[in-house]
Each structure stands twice: as C-alpha cells, then as structure tokens.
Design a protein around this ligand. Structure first.
Ligand code: ADP
Ligand code: MG
Length: 322
C-alpha cells in the first residue's frame, strides 16, 4: 500500500504548489469561508492550511487518508455530475506518503482531534482543543523521495507557483476570505466580498473603476461572467488569463483561443489580456475526469460556448453590444 501511494503521489503531488492546491480544494469542499495558507521555504519546509469548514468526524479520520477514500462520490451518477473540487480520494493519501502530516480537526465544536501520519501510517492520535474546522500541516515534503526533490525548481519559482494557485482560488471563490503567508510575509489577503473585480484589482495591482471591465452573458447552456482589464494593460504572455468552469480552474486550448479571437480583433497578435472568466454550466456537459490534477476538461457543445466568449470579449473592449 505504501508503494502504491508513493507511485500515485507522483501524479498528484509533483511539487509544493500541488500540495497547496489539494489542501485548499479540500477546505473549499468542506464549506470553509476562511482559508489561511502558510508556507515556509516555498513549502519545502512546511505547508499549513487552516480552514473553518465542516471538520472531519473522528471515525472518518482514518478514511480521509485511505487511497480512493472520498466522502464526495457515492455512485455513478455523482461521478458524471461533479460539484466538488475533489472526488478521487487520493490527495491526502498521496501527500501522507511523501511528507510528515499533522492533522487537527474538529467537526462539531465539541472535541478536537490531532493525528500524525508518517509513511501513510497514523503514528499518534490525541484529543486537542480546536475550533470547528481543519488544520493540515505538511512538513518535510519529499524527504523520502529524493528523486522528486531534484525536480523542484528554485524556491522563487515554487513560491511563484503557489502564489498563482492562491490567486486563482481567490478569483474563483470570491466569497471566501483567503490569506497566503510565506515565511511570515503576507502575499495575498482577500475580503470575501464576492466581487471578482476587487480580487483582480488586488492581485494585479489595478484600480477597479479605471482598469477593469465586467463580462457577462449567457446562452441556453452556459453562463459566462468575468472581468477583463482595459487594453492598455495588455501583457506579453498568456499567464494573466484565467478560465474557470463551475469554479474550477482549468486549462483549455479551445476556450483560450475563443478569448484571444475576441481580443485580437482589437489588439495586435502577440499581446495577451489580463482576464478571468468563469463559466457556469450543467456539470453533465463537462468531463473533468481526464487527468488526476483535474485541470484538463472535455466539453460538450464547444462551438456555442466559443462564440459566446469571443463576442463577450469584443463587447467588453468596444463598450457596446454586438
Ligand atoms: P477527495 O477530496 O478527492 O475526496 P482527499 O484525499 O483530498 O480526497 O480527501 C479525502 C477525504 O478527506 C475527503 O473526501 C474529505 O471527506 C476529507 N477531508 C480532507 N480534507 C478535509 C477538510 N479540510 N475538511 C473536511 N474534510 C476533509
Ligand atoms: Mg481533495
């Protein structure tokens, strides 16, 4: 079992930022309204994620670390109608196989539990005082997989990846208060106001009224909302473009192309927008089960969505309906 966990860990946990992603997704799935992430040395020394979500019941704690143990899917129908960010039940199992994990959780304000897991085994379990919610502390990441440690780039690069992921969570979950601290410096702090323009202004150092334009439109199957920065904020690469489907950050060539098609009717090829778009759709129209990291998706009715996106981008930049 430990070997299986380590092999699978390679897919889900390739770097500190992947740990941050999986832990924050769990916090979001647990209904948290406040999530704090603290990293030391870009996560290689430690990653701590604290949430005020549902907590984990005592009897479910061992399950949470088991491979393919998920509380989020109960049947085949659920698998094709994913509404949570996690659903494979392998993240915690993978993380505990390549680091030392301490979990503190409290499900109902009554009694808290603290457990330590090493090499996928629970080595300590005690009662503790805790507020409702969960705190996961991951230490010494990859201490037992030196080969993986070698693939980790500079601390600067890794911290950049962590910041990117947190920025995108803040953009896709504007009602959650996020905080990211790196070696005691605050890198991101949001208010949970529910306003995307406020989050983007903060992330990209812009002014809401002057720099950002709202995007909003729908067809029968899709509802698209977002914000795009005014043309003068054009960038030299596509790093500042973020796509979300039902709140999940995704990468999709076709939808990116649709944004750029709208953008490039007005701006030169080779320039890219600062933009974030969230697409709400029936989860049955999108397959997120393509890859373990769940970043690639397959869509039904792609052309309808592409047209809508291209038109909305043009309208936003021209300031008129087309
Ligand atoms: P998945 O998210 O795919 O279900 P994970 O390995 O990420 O799998 O988590 C396993 C299980 O542990 C989850 O299904 C959930 O029940 C529980 N869990 C993990 N993190 C949290 C958290 N922060 N709050 C509440 N429950 C959690
Ligand atoms: Mg998960």
């Amino acid at each position: 079992r430990q070997l299986a966990n380590k092999i699978a860990a390679g897919e889900v946990v390739e770097r500190p930022a992947s740990v941050v992603k999986e832990l924050v997704e769990n916090a979001i799935d647990a209904g948290a309204t406040e999530i704090t992430v603290k990293v030391k040395e870009a996560g290689l020394v430690s990653i701590g994620v604290t949430d005020n979500g549902s907590g984990i019941l005592e009897e479910d704690i061992p399950l949470a670390f088991g491979r393919h143990a998920t509380s989020k899917i109960h049947n085949n129908h659920d698998l094709f109608h994913i509404r949570t960010l996690g659903f494979r039940g392998e993240a915690l199992a993978s993380i505990t196989s390549v680091s030392r994990v301490t979990l503190k959780t409290c499900a109902d304000n009554a009694v808290g539990h603290l457990v330590k897991i090493e090499n996928s085994d629970m080595i300590e379990k005690t009662l503790t005082r805790a507020k409702k919610g969960t705190e996961v502390l991951v230490e010494d990441l990859f201490y037992n997989t030196p080969a993986r440690l070698k693939y980790v780039k500079s601390l600067h690069t890794e911290l950049g990846k962590i910041t990117d992921i947190m920025n995108r969570f803040a953009m896709s979950h504007t009602h959650i208060r996020f905080k990211l601290e790196s070696d005691d410096k605050v890198l991101l702090q949001t208010t949970g106001s529910g306003r995307l323009n406020e989050v983007m202004a903060q992330v990209y150092g812009m002014t809401i009224a002057r720099d950002l334009i709202a995007i909003n439109g729908q067809t029968g199957d899709y509802e698209v909302t977002g914000e795009i920065a005014r043309p003068e904020h054009t960038r030299a690469n596509r790093h500042y473009m973020s796509l979300f489907i039902n709140g999940r950050y995704i990468k999709n060539f076709v939808l990116t192309k649709a944004i750029l098609e709208g953008y490039h009717t007005l701006l030169p090829i080779g320039r890219y927008p600062v933009v974030a778009i969230d697409i709400k759709m029936d989860p049955g129209l999108v397959d997120v089960n393509v890859h373990p990291t769940k970043q690639e998706v397959r869509l039904s009715k792609e052309p309808e969505l592409m047209e809508l996106i291209t038109r909305l981008i043009k309208e936003a930049l021209l300031g008129q309906s087309l």
